[in-house]
Design a protein around this ligand. Structure first.
Ligand code: FAD
Length: 245
């Protein structure tokens, strides 16, 4: 069964927004997406990480419980917290939004070829092992969030050619692989091709407006958007090498 035939209506969208400036182009994208989706009758929740003052540092503050007070091992504490409802309220709230949503959107500017630290910290803290978000055989297509969609909406400082296959910075798909595959698909999401706006500070106002129109169309058509066809666990042998190689 395809994702589109499983989709309930109205759809529940969770946007995790990571930009320090509300009037940035990232801010405009999040507001445009939120307004379009809400206007179409969908439910939208936004975690604006800077506005929330979200703490991105992963340590004992992730938990209200402790399985070993003398040596901090994060994944052991995550397993213990998963068994005893021991996640801190800020993490539990974000987990609840993940379980609530049908689709997750990560909205961020590309910083140092990756996620801004506040969003990387959100992933570090919220994507907890011990079976809550992953672990115990729950990963990739058997992951906790199998059946849900996820998409990165990314602004990029450089123009498209420098991020092409022969470009100086390398292909953008390879740069985003750790996020799309290593984070989103890892926990089970079906990953939609990213929405990319290159060089928003260098293009003109009217072109930026056109990108906002395209973004509204993308989020309203999320369920029909192209997805990245990653292999499934069944495609790998018992050493996790593709059987077809
Ligand atoms: P902004 O500069 O906030 O906005 C661009 C323009 O859009 C502005 O003129 C703004 O006024 C205008 N705007 C805002 N709202 C609207 C609206 N509603 N309608 C029309 N126009 C509007 N780039 C890379 O390519 N690779 C990297 O690895 C990389 N690393 C970085 C690391 C750091 C720490 C930093 C700070 C930047 C890095 N960059 C990198 C650049 C970064 O990716 C871009 O600056 C960013 O993506 C631009 O998005 P923005 O939302 O910040 O744009």
């Amino acid at each position: 069964m395809s994702i589109s035939t499983q989709w309930k209506s109205p759809v529940r969208i969770f946007i995790v927004h990571a930009h320090p400036e509300p009037n940035s182009f990232n801010g405009a994208l999040t507001r445009a997406g939120q307004a379009a989706l809400s206007g179409a009758g969908h439910e939208v929740v936004v975690s604006d990480l800077y506005a929330m003052g979200f703490n991105p540092v992963s340590d004992r503050r992730n938990f209200t419980t402790a399985s070993d007070a003398s040596y901090y091992h994060q994944q052991s504490e995550e397993a213990n917290a998963a068994a005893h409802n021991g996640f801190s309220p800020d993490i539990q709230a974000e987990m609840d939004k993940l379980f609530w949503c049908d689709a997750l959107i990560l909205q961020f500017p590309l910083w140092w070829f990756g996620l801004p630290a506040i969003l990387k910290g959100w992933v570090d803290r919220v994507f907890a092992s011990g079976g809550r978000i992953y672990g115990g055989g729950k990963w990739y297509d058997r992951g906790v969030f199998a059946g849900k969609l996820a998409m990165c909406s990314v602004t990029i400082g450089g123009p498209p050619p420098i991020y092409s296959s022969g470009g100086l910075n390398g292909p953008i798909a390879e740069i985003l692989f750790p996020i799309n595959h290593g984070m989103l698909y890892f926990v089970g999401f079906t990953v939609i091709e990213p929405f990319l706006v290159h060089a928003p500070a260098r293009i003109g106002h009217s072109e930026r407006q056109e990108w906002l129109v395209r973004y509204r169309e993308r989020v309203l058509g999320l369920v029909r958007a192209p997805t990245i066809a990653y292999p499934k666990l069944a495609d790998f042998d018992d050493t996790y090498v593709l059987k077809s190689i």
